[in-house]
Design a binder for this molecule. Structure first.
Ligand code: GRF
Length: 211
Protein backbone atom coordinates (compact mmCIF):
# COMPACT_ATOMS: atom_id res chain seq x y z
CA UNK A 1 0.00 0.00 0.00
CA UNK A 2 1.20 3.51 -0.82
CA UNK A 3 2.39 5.56 2.15
CA UNK A 4 0.19 8.52 3.09
CA UNK A 5 1.55 11.73 1.53
CA UNK A 6 3.28 14.17 3.84
CA UNK A 7 0.89 16.99 4.65
CA UNK A 8 2.35 20.48 4.38
CA UNK A 9 1.08 23.54 6.22
CA UNK A 10 2.55 26.50 4.33
CA UNK A 11 2.87 29.94 5.94
CA UNK A 12 3.20 32.91 3.61
CA UNK A 13 3.08 36.70 3.70
CA UNK A 14 3.52 37.72 0.06
CA UNK A 15 3.61 36.72 -3.58
CA UNK A 16 4.13 32.99 -2.95
CA UNK A 17 6.46 32.00 -5.78
CA UNK A 18 8.05 29.36 -3.53
CA UNK A 19 4.60 28.04 -2.65
CA UNK A 20 3.85 27.88 -6.39
CA UNK A 21 7.04 25.94 -7.07
CA UNK A 22 6.15 23.45 -4.34
CA UNK A 23 2.60 23.03 -5.68
CA UNK A 24 4.01 22.54 -9.19
CA UNK A 25 6.45 19.86 -8.02
CA UNK A 26 3.60 18.06 -6.23
CA UNK A 27 1.41 18.37 -9.32
CA UNK A 28 4.13 16.88 -11.53
CA UNK A 29 4.59 13.97 -9.15
CA UNK A 30 8.11 15.07 -8.22
CA UNK A 31 7.35 15.67 -4.56
CA UNK A 32 5.66 13.07 -2.36
CA UNK A 33 3.65 15.57 -0.37
CA UNK A 34 0.44 17.49 -0.50
CA UNK A 35 -0.19 21.09 0.46
CA UNK A 36 -2.86 20.67 3.15
CA UNK A 37 -3.37 24.33 4.00
CA UNK A 38 -1.90 27.76 3.25
CA UNK A 39 -2.06 30.38 5.99
CA UNK A 40 -1.19 34.04 5.66
CA UNK A 41 -0.92 36.90 8.10
CA UNK A 42 -1.60 39.23 5.14
CA UNK A 43 -5.25 39.20 4.10
CA UNK A 44 -4.68 39.91 0.41
CA UNK A 45 -1.39 38.05 -0.06
CA UNK A 46 -1.16 36.83 -3.65
CA UNK A 47 0.03 33.48 -2.29
CA UNK A 48 -3.51 32.83 -0.96
CA UNK A 49 -4.89 33.39 -4.44
CA UNK A 50 -2.42 30.87 -5.90
CA UNK A 51 -3.53 28.28 -3.34
CA UNK A 52 -7.23 28.86 -3.96
CA UNK A 53 -6.73 28.45 -7.70
CA UNK A 54 -5.14 25.09 -7.00
CA UNK A 55 -8.12 24.09 -4.83
CA UNK A 56 -6.09 24.20 -1.63
CA UNK A 57 -7.59 25.63 1.60
CA UNK A 58 -6.20 29.15 1.93
CA UNK A 59 -6.88 31.07 5.11
CA UNK A 60 -6.01 34.65 6.03
CA UNK A 61 -5.01 34.91 9.69
CA UNK A 62 -4.17 38.61 10.15
CA UNK A 63 -2.67 39.60 13.47
CA UNK A 64 -5.15 42.50 13.80
CA UNK A 65 -8.08 40.07 13.90
CA UNK A 66 -6.96 38.82 17.31
CA UNK A 67 -6.95 40.69 20.62
CA UNK A 68 -3.58 39.34 21.72
CA UNK A 69 -0.47 37.89 20.18
CA UNK A 70 -1.16 34.69 22.08
CA UNK A 71 -4.64 34.40 20.54
CA UNK A 72 -3.18 34.99 17.07
CA UNK A 73 -0.54 32.32 17.55
CA UNK A 74 -3.10 29.92 18.97
CA UNK A 75 -5.25 30.41 15.83
CA UNK A 76 -2.29 29.56 13.58
CA UNK A 77 -1.56 26.45 15.58
CA UNK A 78 -5.22 25.42 15.54
CA UNK A 79 -5.37 25.76 11.74
CA UNK A 80 -2.20 23.71 11.30
CA UNK A 81 -3.49 21.00 13.60
CA UNK A 82 -6.99 21.18 12.14
CA UNK A 83 -5.54 20.38 8.71
CA UNK A 84 -3.29 17.66 10.12
CA UNK A 85 -0.07 19.29 8.98
CA UNK A 86 2.98 17.04 9.36
CA UNK A 87 5.52 19.65 8.30
CA UNK A 88 5.32 23.44 8.46
CA UNK A 89 6.86 25.28 5.52
CA UNK A 90 7.73 28.96 5.89
CA UNK A 91 7.70 30.42 2.40
CA UNK A 92 8.24 34.15 2.69
CA UNK A 93 6.48 34.34 6.06
CA UNK A 94 7.55 37.54 7.74
CA UNK A 95 6.56 36.97 11.36
CA UNK A 96 8.55 35.28 14.06
CA UNK A 97 6.86 32.07 15.20
CA UNK A 98 5.73 31.75 18.80
CA UNK A 99 7.68 29.44 21.09
CA UNK A 100 4.53 27.37 21.45
CA UNK A 101 4.31 26.75 17.70
CA UNK A 102 8.02 25.90 17.45
CA UNK A 103 7.65 23.47 20.35
CA UNK A 104 4.50 21.92 18.90
CA UNK A 105 6.28 21.23 15.59
CA UNK A 106 9.76 20.61 16.96
CA UNK A 107 12.03 19.44 14.11
CA UNK A 108 9.12 19.76 11.67
CA UNK A 109 9.39 23.40 10.53
CA UNK A 110 11.49 24.52 7.56
CA UNK A 111 12.42 27.96 6.31
CA UNK A 112 14.12 29.21 3.17
CA UNK A 113 16.46 32.18 3.21
CA UNK A 114 17.96 33.87 0.14
CA UNK A 115 21.62 33.88 1.23
CA UNK A 116 24.23 31.45 2.42
CA UNK A 117 23.52 31.44 6.17
CA UNK A 118 25.18 32.62 8.43
CA UNK A 119 25.83 35.53 6.03
CA UNK A 120 23.20 38.23 5.57
CA UNK A 121 20.50 36.78 7.79
CA UNK A 122 18.76 37.44 11.10
CA UNK A 123 16.10 39.85 12.22
CA UNK A 124 15.00 42.37 9.57
CA UNK A 125 17.01 40.66 6.80
CA UNK A 126 14.48 39.86 4.14
CA UNK A 127 13.65 40.67 0.55
CA UNK A 128 15.99 42.86 -1.46
CA UNK A 129 17.78 43.96 1.71
CA UNK A 130 19.51 40.58 1.82
CA UNK A 131 20.84 40.90 -1.72
CA UNK A 132 21.81 44.55 -1.30
CA UNK A 133 23.79 43.60 1.82
CA UNK A 134 25.59 40.87 -0.14
CA UNK A 135 26.45 43.34 -2.92
CA UNK A 136 27.54 46.03 -0.45
CA UNK A 137 29.83 43.56 1.27
CA UNK A 138 31.27 42.54 -2.07
CA UNK A 139 30.86 38.79 -1.82
CA UNK A 140 31.54 36.84 -5.01
CA UNK A 141 29.19 34.02 -4.07
CA UNK A 142 25.73 34.27 -2.55
CA UNK A 143 23.02 31.64 -2.58
CA UNK A 144 20.15 30.05 -0.77
CA UNK A 145 19.68 28.09 2.45
CA UNK A 146 16.93 25.74 3.59
CA UNK A 147 17.06 25.12 7.33
CA UNK A 148 15.05 23.78 10.22
CA UNK A 149 13.49 26.46 12.39
CA UNK A 150 14.41 27.04 15.99
CA UNK A 151 13.24 29.79 18.32
CA UNK A 152 15.89 32.28 17.14
CA UNK A 153 15.66 33.77 13.64
CA UNK A 154 17.60 31.98 10.86
CA UNK A 155 19.67 29.87 13.27
CA UNK A 156 18.37 26.32 12.91
CA UNK A 157 20.32 23.38 11.46
CA UNK A 158 21.03 23.76 7.74
CA UNK A 159 19.44 21.19 5.44
CA UNK A 160 20.57 22.28 1.96
CA UNK A 161 22.44 25.20 0.44
CA UNK A 162 23.07 26.24 -3.17
CA UNK A 163 25.65 28.75 -4.28
CA UNK A 164 24.85 31.52 -6.75
CA UNK A 165 27.78 33.50 -8.19
CA UNK A 166 27.55 37.29 -7.99
CA UNK A 167 28.11 39.00 -11.35
CA UNK A 168 29.98 42.31 -11.67
CA UNK A 169 26.93 44.13 -13.00
CA UNK A 170 24.43 42.60 -10.55
CA UNK A 171 21.84 44.76 -8.83
CA UNK A 172 19.87 43.52 -5.82
CA UNK A 173 17.06 42.74 -8.25
CA UNK A 174 19.09 40.68 -10.73
CA UNK A 175 20.83 38.75 -7.95
CA UNK A 176 17.44 38.13 -6.26
CA UNK A 177 16.08 36.71 -9.49
CA UNK A 178 18.89 34.17 -9.93
CA UNK A 179 18.75 33.19 -6.26
CA UNK A 180 14.97 32.78 -6.50
CA UNK A 181 15.38 30.37 -9.41
CA UNK A 182 17.51 28.15 -7.14
CA UNK A 183 15.04 28.55 -4.25
CA UNK A 184 12.30 27.08 -6.40
CA UNK A 185 14.31 23.88 -6.92
CA UNK A 186 15.99 23.43 -3.57
CA UNK A 187 12.96 23.85 -1.29
CA UNK A 188 11.15 20.91 -2.89
CA UNK A 189 14.35 18.84 -2.73
CA UNK A 190 14.59 19.46 1.02
CA UNK A 191 10.92 18.60 1.55
CA UNK A 192 11.32 15.41 -0.50
CA UNK A 193 14.31 14.36 1.67
CA UNK A 194 12.15 14.93 4.76
CA UNK A 195 9.29 12.93 3.17
CA UNK A 196 11.70 10.06 2.57
CA UNK A 197 12.85 10.19 6.20
CA UNK A 198 16.40 10.94 5.07
CA UNK A 199 17.19 13.98 7.23
CA UNK A 200 18.97 13.17 10.46
CA UNK A 201 19.75 16.08 12.77
CA UNK A 202 22.89 15.64 14.83
CA UNK A 203 23.41 18.79 16.85
CA UNK A 204 23.81 21.58 14.32
CA UNK A 205 24.49 19.24 11.45
CA UNK A 206 21.89 17.63 9.26
CA UNK A 207 23.05 14.36 7.78
CA UNK A 208 21.42 13.24 4.55
CA UNK A 209 20.92 9.52 4.70
CA UNK A 210 21.38 7.46 1.54
CA UNK A 211 18.23 6.57 -0.41
C1 GRF B 1 12.07 34.31 -0.83
O1 GRF B 1 13.16 35.00 -1.33
C2 GRF B 1 12.44 33.50 0.39
O2 GRF B 1 13.76 33.05 0.37
C3 GRF B 1 12.26 34.47 1.52
O3 GRF B 1 11.14 35.24 1.15
C4 GRF B 1 11.01 35.24 -0.27
C5 GRF B 1 9.61 34.76 -0.57
O4 GRF B 1 9.30 34.84 -1.92
N1 GRF B 1 12.13 33.79 2.79
P1 GRF B 1 7.98 34.19 -2.46
O5 GRF B 1 6.81 34.81 -1.67
O6 GRF B 1 8.05 32.71 -2.24
O7 GRF B 1 7.89 34.54 -3.91
Amino acid sequence: MRKKALRLGVLVSGRGSNLQAIMDHVQRGELDAQVAVVLSDVRDAYALERARRAGIPAIAVPREDYPTKAAFNRALLDHLRGHNADLVILAGYLRILSDELVDAFQGRIMNIHPSLIPAFCGKGMHGLRVHQAALDYGVKISGVTVHFVEKDVDTGPIILQRAVPVEDDDTAETLAERVLFQEHQVYSEAIQLFAEGRLKVEGRRVRILPA
